[in-house]
Design a protein around this ligand. Structure first.
Ligand code: FE
Length: 229
């Protein structure tokens, strides 16, 4: 089975938000399906192990923010690669509470919707939530971020819990200075390239990176990197 065929499925990149007992959480998803025209129903797919799944199951509401191409990798790192069990993702993010009570992310979003869950279907690792849309709106006419743009132009990866996750290829290197892979998001630190966006010049070995350097995609600490062998 050639799973690269599945990369041809066109999807966007979205933030799903939900709430439980007054707490807020959200995560990135690539799965949003518009099911009906009027009334409007949509479906999303969320990994059972994710905190957002617990929140949606508890509150029966969710929001979806449709991201634009202006989104920085740090935002993807926060909502796509970090767990709400460890960080409060909404402290540094523009949002508002919708009429359903779900938090709606405004930052880097071109449009949004909020829905009440009417059905849920378990499918292996994921839960498909079907929701009736209670409200929706447009924020800007910025280009919509597609998963293809995210992976080919922004060089973004998928989190391990995502339906689009692909394990990183093992590569052999004979270079004196090894590449290191982020075990959280799959980002590869290449000493030849460095990390110029964060002041790391090309030619900087991984071992010379400052202690406070973190993965430019997901924010993981240096200790979460492993040499690429
Ligand atoms: Fe990372």
């Amino acid at each position: 089975m050639d799973k690269t065929a599945l990369n041809r499925i066109v999807s966007g990149v979205y933030v799903v938000g939900s709430t439980k007992d007054g707490r807020l959480n959200g995560q990135i998803t690539n799965t949003l399906l518009r099911i009906t025209a009027d009334p409007v129903y949509v479906a999303i797919s969320i990994n059972k192990n994710n905190l957002t799944c617990d929140y949606i199951r508890a509150s029966r509401v969710f929001s979806v923010s449709i991201l634009s191409t202006s989104v920085p990798m740090t935002f993807i790192g926060l909502f796509g690669f970090k767990s709400g069990r460890e960080v409060d993702k909404f402290t540094a993010t523009g949002y508002r509470i919708g009429k359903t009570g779900a938090p709606i992310v405004i930052d880097h979003a071109t449009a949004w919707l909020e829905a009440r869950v009417t059905n849920e279907i378990e499918c292996e690792t994921h839960v498909i939530f079907i929701g009736k849309v209670e409200d929706c709106g447009t924020l800007s006419d910025a280009p919509v971020l597609t998963y293809e743009y995210y992976s080919t132009v922004m060089k973004g990866k998928s989190a391990r819990n995502a339906p689009t996750y692909t394990p990183p290829e093992e590569k052999k290197t004979i270079a004196a200075e090894k590449k290191y892979a982020c075990t959280v998001c799959g980002y590869i630190y290449d000493p030849e390239i460095g990390d110029p966006d964060h002041g790391i010049k090309p030619g900087t070995p991984f071992s010379d990176l400052p202690e406070d350097w973190t993965c430019p995609i997901c924010g993981a600490h240096k200790s979460q990197f492993e040499p690429v062998v």
